[in-house]
Design a binder for this molecule. Sequence first.
Ligand SMILES: Cc1cc2nc3c(=O)[nH]c(=O)nc-3n(C[C@H](O)[C@H](O)[C@H](O)COP(=O)(O)O)c2cc1C
Length: 225
Amino acid sequence: MDPHRVDYTGDGISEADLLETPYASVRAWVDDAVRRSETEADVFEPLALSVASADPEGRPNVRTVLMRFLDERGPGFVTDLTSTKGRELTVNAHVAAALTWPAMYRAIRFRGRAVQLDEDEVRSYWVSRPWASRISAWASQQSQPVGSRADLEAAYAARAAEFPDHGSDDDVPVPDAWGGFRILCDEVELWAGRRNRLHDRLVHTRTGEGDLGDAGSWEVSRRQP
Ligand SMILES: Cc1cc2nc3c(=O)[nH]c(=O)nc-3n(C[C@H](O)[C@H](O)[C@H](O)COP(=O)(O)O)c2cc1C
């Protein structure tokens, strides 16, 4: 088979398949992907989220993060707030993001505004990270140039010596620049690949002020594939 001509033989999604709120539908697909990743090798890192920001000239920038939060308010991720994405989203909160599971013929697209996670959320996530990951966050000024791999490893060793592993939540403080964003959505699309490229696209568009758990704040429309 020509790998560039794979037919997407998914079941698709119909209006009747949508759950009572956009959050419920998104959550169901995310849970499906996580479950599949636990049993099949064809879904790896089911929470890998492509996040697009724009620089001050309006030029887009995209990178992958892990979706560490998902609730009625929207998907969220952690990062270095002084990174390129952190700086861009702080100046211009308009953001787009996508979860893509090709093996399941499914993707979810989010558009909205990025808001910073609050301090409590950041801290409770921070203490759940392994010690070595917390040290790496201290060792890296994300997105800044570094002369060599050896410089990076020296920075890691210096931070490891500064904050030794005592097996406690307070071993390593939260760096000032470390935090994250949640995407407050205005649009959420569920895409399902079908035969002959005649895919399904169901788009939730904001019509009210409520979050993704408020059925009355959204309308659904179908878009051409
Ligand atoms: C699968 C995967 C997961 C990643 N998870 C994160 C993450 O959760 N947070 C993060 O800041 N970077 C993550 N990265 C690294 C980013 O893709 C990116 O290199 C980094 O955040 C710097 O991006 P920026 O310079 O545009 O800010 C991940 C990369 C991959 C491939």
